[in-house]
Design a protein. Structure first.
Lengths: 270, 212
């Protein structure tokens, strides 16, 4: 009885999946998006990119939720966050996730970059993906910094002021840069509006398509040193080593016994 | 040959028309949003307008309060017209306590900490024009934003120096830089001393451009 039900359910599931696959290609699409061969060496280090993507998605989701309570004015910004943290159900949880995953994101994205660097994954033909990755890490840094200022507490406020001052040291355009970031010539309501616009709209809008291109390029070229590439390279390396060892061995023999042909040995190795 | 690969040959006239139209449409699409975003740059950097009304003099305190060898720190609040804080609503908003303002701290000292001789044993009577003229160059009124990265500086009594907590900028009593990363001394307010001894400052500084 139970086995019959199970068989039927499996059948039904199979039919549904087939039905979807035939009409939308969803299954093979998912397969294509979710599975990516990675080199056996390194293993879990190759999940850092996915971890980054996960954390950024989390930022988008919790960020949208925070917008339900946050008020971007100099007089109300801090109070609205205080209200969120004390009076709103799950307020500390949602804001906590946004805050901590932002912190972890900066760490994880750095580790991801290190992994890419040390595994040589930036080499041809993947240079463009490295370049886009650098743009992404820059955007995330600015996002983190503007998010800091949005709290409009003493810490965030002074950090932003220092940030503006750092920007003002840019050669030639420093003062213009500061005026752009301040929204005038003194820090005030326009400053917070600007930080808000940059953090909530400008940078995420720039981030999303770049992530898309980053993923597209990864799919196009595959992970550098995937199983196939890796084993082939290793096999080539071993072969080369064997040839070297063998010719070294032959050379020794040659020194001892005259008349042994050297050319013979190397041609056998090839 | 590359020209054979081109499926749709373009004549010189067509190219010129397309180029001109393209430039026009491009300009219409990009210039308004850019200028919209860069409005503060145009106003405060190119037209030299300020968010703080220029003729606004704020009273700090009196010259008779400034002691020997130490600064007095005053909290100074300037009206600020920016973003949604509009000028015409200013009076109404002021009454509601909603008018825009920016709070700063001003450190006031005598040059090298020495009370001018004319003020010693003088009492607090009205100052004459000549006395005001003599006192004005001896007064330092500096803004508390460090000139390095804008952190708030403080007078430290034990060290007898003005210190910045962020990167160790050191200023002497007069606000001149004596150590650390700051590129220049603290920003000085434009001020005037009035006959009753009152010190009045304006949101205007020596050595523009002033940032923050």
């Amino acid at each position: 009885m139970i086995s019959r039900i199970r068989a039927r359910t499996l059948d039904l599931g199979q039919t549904t999946v087939d039905w979807m696959e035939e009409r939308t290609g969803l299954v093979s699409l998912l397969e294509h998006f979710l599975y990516e061969p990675v080199p056996a060496k390194g293993k879990w280090l190759y999940s850092l990119g996915s971890a980054t993507l996960f954390l950024i998605t989390l930022q988008f989701l919790t960020g949208i939720l925070l917008l339900f309570y946050y008020v971007p004015t100099t007089t109300e910004a801090w109070d609205s966050i205080y209200f969120m943290m004390t009076d709103v159900y799950f307020g500390p949880l949602i804001r906590g996730i946004h805050f901590w995953s932002a912190n972890i994101l900066v760490v994880v994205i750095g580790l991801h970059m290190l992994r890419t660097f040390f595994s040589g994954a930036y080499k041809a033909p993947r240079e463009m993906n490295w370049v886009i990755g650098v743009a992404l890490i820059f955007l995330v840094t600015v996002l983190a910094f503007t998010g800091y200022a949005l709290r409009w507490d003493a810490e965030g406020f002074w950090a932003w002021e220092v940030g503006i001052k750092i920007g003002s040291y840019t050669p030639f355009v420093g003062n213009y840069m500061a005026a752009f970031l301040i929204g005038g010539d003194t820090v005030g309501p326009a400053t917070l509006s600007r930080v808000f616009a940059i953090h909530v709209w400008l940078l995420p809008a720039a981030l999303a398509p770049l992530i898309g291109i980053h993923l597209y390029l990864l799919r196009k070229h595959g992970e550098f040193g995937t199983e196939f590439e890796y084993t082939r390279r290793l096999a080539e390396l071993r072969e080369r080593q064997q040839i070297e060892e063998y010719s070294a061995f032959l050379e020794e023999e040659y020194m001892e016994e005259d008349g042994f042909s050297r050319g013979d040995g190397s041609s056998r190795g090839e | 040959m590359p020209e054979e690969l081109q499926k749709d040959p373009v004549s010189r006239g067509e190219f010129l028309v397309m180029g001109t139209l393209g430039t026009l449409i491009g300009a219409v699409l990009t210039i308004p949003p850019l200028v919209f975003m860069l409005d503060p740059i145009i106003k405060s950097e190119i037209l030299d307008q300020s968010d703080i009304p220029e003729d606004e003099w704020i009273e700090l305190g009196s010259v008779f309060e400034i002691p020997q060898g130490a600064p007095v720190t005053y909290r100074v609040e300037f009206p600020q017209i920016q973003s949604y804080v509009l000028e015409k609503e200013d009076e109404k908003k002021k009454q509601e306590g909603k008018a825009g303002s920016i709070v700063e701290a001003a450190l006031v000292t005598w040059q090298d900490g020495e009370i001018p001789d004319i003020l010693r044993n003088r009492g607090e009577g009205r100052l004459s024009e000549a006395e005001i003229e003599e006192l004005t160059p001896k007064l330092n009124i500096v803004n508390n934003h460090c000139t390095h990265l804008g952190c708030p500086v403080r007078w430290i009594e034990e060290k007898r120096e003005i210190l910045c907590p962020c990167h160790g900028g050191i200023y002497d009593l007069n606000g001149y830089v004596i150590g650390g990363p700051p590129p220049r001394g603290l920003y000085r307010y434009a001020f005037e001393i009035r006959q009753n001894g009152g010190i009045y400052v304006r949101h205007e500084f020596d050595g523009n451009p002033y940032v923050i």
